[in-house]
Design a protein around this ligand. Structure first.
Ligand SMILES: CC(=O)N[C@H]1[C@@H](OP(=O)(O)OP(=O)(O)OC[C@H]2O[C@@H](n3ccc(=O)[nH]c3=O)[C@H](O)[C@@H]2O)O[C@H](CO)[C@@H](O)[C@@H]1O
Ligand SMILES: C=C(OP(=O)(O)O)C(=O)O
Length: 417
């Protein structure tokens, strides 16, 4: 298993480019199930989760070839309607194939994804929504078996804002008969990206990016060429890397408006953020101020940036309260950050972080994707050497992160074991 070795204390400087979004690519790849033909998806990041999605689509019968960051998906050969436990267990988002398979072929059998390190993460709202569209759903031997002669448009009111649930229903409703209205829909930019791609395929979707989405079902969708939006979480991670190392970094290819909630918090913490000609410059202050955050669905502070922001607060001036409101167990990074000498106490869904003068490098273990990123950030700011093991989590969601950080002057190496 690979590990990362970081010698901390370098101020990051220079320029870095953000890759395409993992969380937008996954549903966009899955949406190709809805048509029959050759789709071309560009700005795709090289990630383990993308490989898993490719394996899932291939197992259904799609033919896929890649060239750099462009992936061509021919969905004409899809004949199989089952996604196995072996594939779904390695990546939860694979469960999104259920709705599109059902909408196009009238049946699907997909393994339940199960929980993960950050929470139980049920899919009850996905299934309730598909049932509202007329799907007959049975749970057998850990699999969801779904049938519908023809999905029919309906009103779906989500109990809680769910990104995956909204994406799932968008895709299924695109080929349903009549109008579907999604209420209390999630508003994340990745949902807007998916809706844009579906509309290019011929879907009739209005209101993506708001909490009410109207979908007029169509009978057929066509293959498309589509370029994936930039990864806002990768961009946010670089912003914090600049801030935590006392650095001055220019980030290319990001959309600053996708990170408004975090940008305001970083500015409150004293970080200077300017944008010119689509390049965002992030300049650290002499001392970071402590700031409280509460994670919320978009446009609130993203849960996927909570761990990284906590790493920053570990070296800030004062105390910060960080509340996690999306996932019930997303503080796994706390015990690892404590190994760097961070002063953090947890009470319920809140962590109080008292800034310390200096973190001290340590051997640590990554527990999930964003936790891994927070450990890199702490390692960049810490004295001495940090060794991070179990970085396969990181490879799920960050394209060549060690190369990009090394390009900014970090002393970071991947050791193959
Ligand atoms: C691949 C992808 O895009 N992953 C993102 C997506 O995950 P994902 O789509 O899984 O997250 P959701 O928005 O669905 O989850 C939000 C909350 O709703 C709960 N819930 C969800 C569905 C459901 O049927 N029942 C239910 O109770 C979840 O357990 C969680 O507590 O959005 C999360 C929240 O921004 C991000 O952290 C993930 O990075
Ligand atoms: C939690 C994440 O991803 P996933 O939903 O795929 O687990 C993430 O990207 O931070």
């Amino acid at each position: 298993m690979d590990k990362l070795v970081i010698k901390g204390g370098k101020k990051l400087a220079g320029e870095v480019r953000v890759s395409g979004s993992k969380n937008a690519s996954l549903p966009i790849f899955v949406a190709t199930i809805l048509n029959s033909g050759m789709n071309q998806i560009s700005n795709v990041p090289f990630l383990r989760d993308i490989n898993t999605t490719i394996k899932v689509l291939e197992s259904l019968g799609a033919t896929i070839e890649g060239n750099g960051n462009i992936v061509r998906i021919d969905s004409a050969g899809i004949r199989n309607h089952e996604a196995t436990y072996e594939l779904v267990k390695t990546m939860r988002a694979s469960v999104l194939v259920l709705g599109p398979l059902l909408a196009r072929f009238g049946k699907a059998r997909v393994s339940l994804p199960g929980g993960c390190a950050i929470g139980a993460r049920p899919i009850n709202l996905h299934l309730k929504g598909l049932q509202a569209l007329g799907a007959e759903i049975n749970l057998e031997h850990g699999y969801v078996e779904a049938k519908a002669r023809h999905l029919k448009g309906a009103r779906v009111n989500f109990d809680i804002s769910t990104v995956g649930g909204t994406e799932h229903l968008l895709m299924a409703a695109a080929l349903a008969k009549g109008e579907t209205v999604l209420e209390n829909a999630a508003r994340e930019p990745e949902i807007v990206d998916l809706a844009q791609m579906l509309n290019l395929m011929g879907a009739k979707i209005e209101g993506a990016g708001t909490d009410t989405i109207h979908i007029q079902g169509v009978t057929e969708l066509s293959p498309v060429s589509y370029s994936v939006m930039p990864d806002r979480i990768e961009a946010g991670t670089f912003m914090i890397a600049a801030a935590i190392t006392g650095g001055d970094v220019k980030i290319h290819g990001m959309k600053l408006e996708h990170l408004d909630a975090m940008v305001f918090k970083l500015q409150d913490a004293g970080v200077e953020i300017t944008s010119h000609d689509n390049v965002v410059r992030v300049k650290a202050p002499r001392k970071i101020r402590s700031i409280n955050i509460k994670t919320r669905p978009y446009p609130g502070f993203p849960t996927d940036m909570q761990a990284q922001f906590m790493a920053l607060m570990c070296v800030a001036d004062g105390a910060s309260v960080i509340s996690e409101n999306i996932f019930e167990n997303r503080f796994m990074h706390v015990s690892e950050l404590q190994r760097f000498g961070a002063d953090i106490t947890i009470e319920g869904n809140s962590a109080t972080v008292k800034g310390v003068k200096k973190l001290s490098g340590a051997p640590v273990m990554a527990t999930d994707l964003r936790a891994s990123a927070s450990l890199i950030l702490a390692g960049l700011a810490a004295d001495n050497v940090t060794e991070i093991s179990r970085i396969y989590h990181l490879d799920r969601g960050y394209e060549s992160i060690e190369k990009k950080l090394a390009g900014l002057g970090a002393d970071i190496k991947r050791i193959k074991e």
